[in-house]
Design a protein around this ligand. Structure first.
Ligand code: KIV
Ligand code: ZN
Length: 389
């Protein structure tokens, strides 16, 4: 594997599906899994097989149909869970079991009512058991974001010795600041003697709106896999958004990373996920929101119409978003009005536009957006008034 490749691990069908109201049936999961594969994701986390017969069936059917991507199933660090996941993954060309346990003292005390020593033992046992069933085992150290780094390093060293091929360092509660998350990853890189035997993975939640920033800080510090979801769906405030990470990596070439994602499919896949999960995307969402490539204020419109890079860092076609939009509101200027009039077939000179602009502002003050039918009315009224003279 190239040193600078960032593996995209999509968990839309697992962490994303945990969102209330987003539950998917097997047919929907298969449709989305096929699209995720076409998009170029490296790993598809298809579900949590022991959680329900329906989820077991979905993971099994996805395993049969996916050709290139790794198909992954989640488990607790419990042998029964791991065996069930292995059964669900038995048809997968590249199966991965994702097992793990809490690693922060908060989880160790309140969730497990046990000791750090016991957690290390359970983690090693679960990893070994999984590794006897499949060749690719990812271990998650739940709540690693709030775990003590020294203990975390010991836990990670142990699970790598037990056969983990990927070590996931989740900021489960979305607590870390980017520099803290980066320091945690760097600490593991520098203090886990066998770290070169595994890929480090970032799994960040968005409780403080930092999931994307933390994931990017994580790869800069040495991680090589990002766990993310389409549209940033996921528990509570969501997971790291795939489209954001992929485009940060693509835009910031100086980072020296690349992914396998076909970015032109980002918007079509976002729409499919939103429709299938019945979960609208906020209009101001980066990359895939309805307004991500819309310009509405006069100053921005004027600059954009002179040269698009004045106000756009991404060509919308590169992410499958079609054309940029010039939206007309009471904040729009003459150049935007002239541009939109021209687009629907009216060629007016500067003086004509000045006159129409005064009328346009009156209409614009009465509504949120001036639409095409309003423009036709304004243009026709102006043409009629000139003809009368
Ligand atoms: O957020 C988390 O810690 C998780 C694990 C199950 C990987 O989703
Ligand atoms: Zn999670």
């Amino acid at each position: 594997m190239p040193e600078n490749q960032i593996f995209i691990f999509d968990t839309t069908l697992r962490d994303g599906e945990q969102v209330p109201g987003c539950k998917l049936n097997t047919k929907e999961k298969i449709e989305l899994a096929l699209k995720l594969e076409e998009l170029g994701v490296d790993i598809i986390e298809a579900g949590f097989p022991i959680s329900s017969p329906g989820d077991f069936h979905s993971v099994e059917e996805i395993s049969k149909i996916i050709k290139n991507a790794t198909v992954c199933g989640l488990t607790r660090a419990v042998e029964k869970d791991i065996q069930v996941a292995a059964d669900a993954l038995k048809y997968a060309k590249r199966p991965r079991i994702h097992t793990g346990i809490g690693s922060s003292d908060i989880h160790i005390k309140h969730k497990f009512n046990t000791t750090r020593e016991e957690i290390v033992k359970r983690a090693a046992k679960a990893t070994k058991f999984a590794r006897n069933l499949v060749p690719d085992v990812e271990f998650f150290a739940e709540d690693a974001g709030r775990a003590d780094n020294e203990f975390l390093a010991r836990l990670i060293e142990t699970v790598i010795s037990a056969g983990a091929t990927v070590v996931n360092i989740p900021d489960t509660t979305g607590y870390c600041l980017p520099h803290q998350y980066a320091e945690k990853i760097a600490y593991l890189v520098n203090n886990v003697p066998n770290i070169d035997k595994a890929v480090i993975s970032c799994h960040c939640h968005n409780d403080l709106g930092l999931a994307t920033a933390n994931s990017i800080a994580g790869i800069i510090a040495g991680a090589r896999q990002i766990e993310c979801t389409v549209n940033g769906l996921g528990e509570r405030a969501g997971n790291t958004s795939m489209e954001e990470c992929v485009m940060i990596i693509k835009q910031h070439k100086e980072l020296g990373f690349f992914t396998n994602i076909n970015t032109q499919l980002l918007n079509p896949v976002s729409r499919l996920v939103s429709d299938t999960m019945r979960m609208p995307v906020q209009p101001n969402k980066a990359i895939v929101g309805a307004n991500a490539f819309s310009h509405s204020s006069g100053i921005h419109q004027d600059g954009f119409l002179k040269e698009s890079i004045t106000y756009e860092i991404i060509n919308p076609e590169e992410v499958g978003a079609g054309e940029s939009k010039i939206v007309l509101t009471a904040r729009s200027g003459r150049s935007a009005l002239a541009f939109r009039l021209q687009k629907i077939g009216y060629e007016f000179n500067r003086n004509d536009v000045d006159v129409i602009y005064e009328k346009f502002l009156k209409v614009a003050d009465t509504k949120k957006e001036v639409v095409e039918s309003d423009l036709h009315e304004l243009a026709k009224a102006y043409i009629a008034s000139v003809a009368e003279v």
